[in-house]
Each structure stands twice: as C-alpha cells, then as structure tokens.
Design a binder for this molecule. Structure first.
Ligand code: SDX
Length: 428
C-alpha cells in the first residue's frame, strides 16, 4: 500500500502522508495542507473526513461490523453485560472480577443525588424535555462535585474513575427522580443490593411500598439496549463530546453537551420519532405500504431507517429485532406496532428507492418497541439512549484527555459579503 498521496494544484505538487489503521482503513493526512498550499479541504457533514485516530470503537459500515475495543457487538450482546462493557470502553479491557466489583461499588456509592441537584432538575419548567433535564442535571452534578470537574486536565484525569462512575450512576437517578417528580410520586432511593438496570427500573417504577419484582427478562432487555447503545465511534454526539473535551473542559460538561447533540430527531431522537411514526401509521389504518410511498416521495421520512456509515444492516438493529420477540413474549404483551414495523421493513427492503440508497433499519427502528413494552414513556426513550451511550462518551473524553490533542477548530469557506463601508443610519 502506498505511504503517500500526490496532490497537484495549479502546477504545484504536494505529497501527503497516508495513515493506515489497525483494520487497514486509510486516510490522507491533510494536517499541513493549508500551511503548505493555502488550500483547505471541504466536506459537507464530514462524511469523508476523519477527525481523529481512536482506539475505542471500530465500525465497518459496508460489512455491518461493530466492535468495542476489538470485541464484536454480537458476542458482547450474547456473553457480556452493560457494566462489563462500561469498563471495557472506559479502560480498554474487560474487567477482572475485582475491577468489576470496584466499578459496581463506585456506581452504587453515587446513586443518590445531592439535594441541590435534585432541586435544580425539579425546578426546571414542567414542560422541559427529559433530554434537557438530563443535560442540565449533569452540569448541576459537576457543580455539586467541583473536585471532579476542575477543568485542570491533570486533576480531571486523576479523578476520572470517580467522575465516570458518578456520571454513569447519576444518569439513571436524574431520569428517575424527574420522572417521579413529574408524576407526583415520591422518590424511590437507590437500592445498592440491586444490579444497575434492576436498580434503575426500581427507582423509576417501584410501587410506593418499594416492592421491586422486576422480571429478570425485563432488566435483561434493558441491559441489552444499554450495551448496544454504549458507543458508536465519531457520531454527532460523540464528536460533540470530543470537541468540548478538546478545549480542556471536564467530563460533566462534555457529557452534558453530547446529551444535547443526541437529542435531535436525525440522531438519538429518532427512537422517539419511530414510535410516533408507527403509532400514526397504526391509527391511520395503513399497514405501512402507504407510508413507504410517502417517504419515497419525500413527503415523510422513514424514521429508524438509513445511516451515514452503515450501508448494510445495522448489526444492533438485527439483535434488537430478535430481542423484541423475546422481550414481548417474556412480558406477555403484544404490540400492534411491531407488526407494522415488520411490514415497513419488509416493504422497504424490497423497494428500489431504499435499495439504491442502501437504507436499512438502524439501531432506533426496533429499540423503541422494546422500551414501550418495558413501560417507559416515549419522551424518555432518547434519555435511555443517552444512559447507554454515556460510557462511550466518557471513554472518548478520556482518550482526548490522555492524548492531549489540540483543540478542535475546523476551518470554513466564507460565502458572505465582501468588504463594505458603514452607512450612517440617516442614509439607510
Ligand atoms: C443514529 O452516526 C451514528 O453512528 C448515529 C447512531 C449512533 O449510534 O450514534 O447510529 C445513532 O443516529 C441512527 C440514525 C437515526 N436517525 C434516523 O433514523 C432518522 C432517519 N434517517 C435519516 O434521516 C438519515 O438516514 C440519516 C440522518 C440517518 C443519515 O443521513 P445522511 O447519511 O446524511 O443521508 P441523506 O440524508 O443525505 O440521505 C441520502 C438519501 C436522500 O435521498 P436523495 O436526496 O438521494 O434522493 O437517502 C434518503 C434521503 O432523502 N433518505 C431517506 C431516509 N434516510 C435517507 N429517505 C427516507 N427515509 C429515510 N429514513
């Protein structure tokens, strides 16, 4: 494989290094292009541009491959669990029993929110979206633990283990506390005898007597959803997390910013949009065929379909599609919208419009059906995506902090007015 690329501009040649990754991906290094040629590259939406070298997650979009630190998502989904995966993403290795125990202890230690954080999130307007509450709650949390959010990179790295455990723990508590507050119910304190998901389900839905009784299949389904969402290399929200980290900001600020980026309907907000789309199709009496036609005409978008990287089936969607059956059977619930989702997929995957554009179901297409069956309100679905993605965001914060990369500062091509002189008000 060649080690460099030659670029010719106006009879001037430039030799650019080629970077090759451990999976043989290749990039042309343009880090010095502007200094040498005064040219920059332009790539609308960054579809062809690598912002960094990273060791956290590998995706092969053409083959539908997703690996966390080298472990394939299908094997992790079958053999591992969310907390093991948190350790794997954060520190690069599957934990020993002692390391897992230490992570569990740290997460339990931080499970109940400080009163000032509770009062902050519950002071937000009642119509504030759960994603806005989560983002705000994370910043408040950093304020409640200033020793973990110093913006002094050396100190923030030294305190990272506690900061990461606190944030991974608190995303649940912020979500559950706000949900209970919104529904006029008393807060259910964390029960450290329960596992991560059991404890979260208990904090969300336990009856006032505190009886848990969460069926194992329910917490297993949630654990799988969190594991499948845990990281996905340089997506919109993770790139935002890295952008904030590159300026030296602390993990709370980076994860709060990433939470805001995830909220959009084209990104993590799609799981809420999928359920609303399926419910609208169900209520209209359409089996999905009419909706697919409207999507082909650009009148609507088939939410949960398509992906910038996957030009094949999103491996997470494949796992979630089969998990749907198991979860619904275990819960003894039927879901009319699952049948519509299946019909949409069947129709779309045979239609040239979707085939030509390589549009397949993505992680959001089936996840909402399981979350709805687990009893979560639709407006919490993207928060649940964020809870799952938090270890990934933290792993990328740590990677930036440890490698000490330069602050992210993209360039632009200016298309505004050329120089002009001030016109006095009287002459305007
Ligand atoms: C996530 O990046 C990540 O890794 C994200 C994520 C993660 O784990 O972090 O995987 C999570 O965000 C998954 C994606 C969730 N979003 C949705 O499901 C929303 C619906 N999908 C789309 O809006 C779209 O597919 C995107 C945003 C996901 C990708 O957009 P691209 O790569 O910019 O593609 P595009 O919008 O340029 O579309 C290319 C063509 C267009 O048609 P033409 O202009 O060529 O005629 O495909 C069409 C689009 O109109 N198209 C769709 C479509 N998605 C793309 N048409 C109908 N329905 C869709 N869903």
């Amino acid at each position: 494989m060649s080690k460099s690329a030659d670029l010719r501009i106006n009879d001037q040649s430039y030799s650019l290094d080629i970077i090759t990754g451990t999976e043989q991906e290749q990039a042309i290094d343009v880090s010095n292009l502007r200094k040498e040629s005064k040219f920059i590259t332009f790539d609308d939406g960054y579809g062809n541009t690598g912002s960094c070298e990273s060791s956290v997650t590998y995706i092969d979009g053409d083959s539908g491959i997703l690996r966390y630190r080298g472990y394939d998502i299908t094997e992790l989904a079958e053999k591992s669990n969310f907390l093991e995966t948190c350790h794997l993403l954060l520190y690069g290795e599957l934990p020993t029993a002692d390391e897992l125990g230490l992570l569990e202890q740290r997460i339990s230690k931080f499970a109940n929110l400080p009163d000032e954080v509770l009062s902050t999130i519950n002071a937000l307007p009642s119509s504030a979206h759960p994603m806005a509450v989560l983002s705000c709650g994370l910043q408040a949390l950093g304020g409640a633990f200033p020793e973990l959010a110093t913006n002094d990179r050396k100190k923030d790295i030294e305190n990272f283990d506690d900061a990461a455990a606190l944030i991974i723990s608190a995303t649940r508590s912020i979500t559950a506390s706000r949900y209970r507050h919104q529904h006029g119910k008393p807060i259910i304190p964390s029960d450290s005898s329960k596992g991560y998901c059991d404890n979260f389900l208990s904090m969300m839905f336990s009856s006032e007597t505190g009886q848990s009784g969460v069926p194992e299949q329910v917490s297993n389904a949630l654990d799988l959803i969190f594991l499948l969402h845990a990281d996905h290399e340089q997506n919109c929200s993770t790139s935002t997390c890295r952008m904030i980290a590159s300026g030296g900001a602390n993990p709370f600020a980076s994860v709060a910013g990433a939470t805001s980026a995830l909220w959009g309907p084209l990104h993590g907000g799609a799981n809420m949009a999928v359920i609303r789309m399926l419910n609208e199709i169900h209520e209209s009496g359409d089996d999905g065929s009419r909706f697919v036609e409207s999507a082909k005409l650009g009148k609507s978008r088939l939410m949960g379909f398509g992906h910038r990287v996957y030009r094949n089936y999103d491996p997470r969607a494949k796992i979630l599609k089969s998990a749907c059956d198991d979860a619904l059977e275990a819960l003894g619930v039927s879901s009319p919208i699952l049948e519509i989702a299946r019909k949409l997929e069947e129709v779309a995957l045979q239609d040239p419009y979707f085939i030509q554009r390589k549009l397949y179901p993505n992680v959001d297409f089936y996840s909402g059906i399981i979350l709805q069956a687990l009893g979560f309100p639709t407006d919490t679905f993207t928060v649940l995506f964020a809870i799952g993605r938090t270890p990934g965001w933290l792993a990328h914060w740590r990677e930036i902090a440890l490698t000490g990369k330069k602050i992210h500062r993209p360039r632009q091509i200016y298309q505004g007015s050329n120089l002009r002189s001030y016109t006095p008000l009287s002459e305007r």
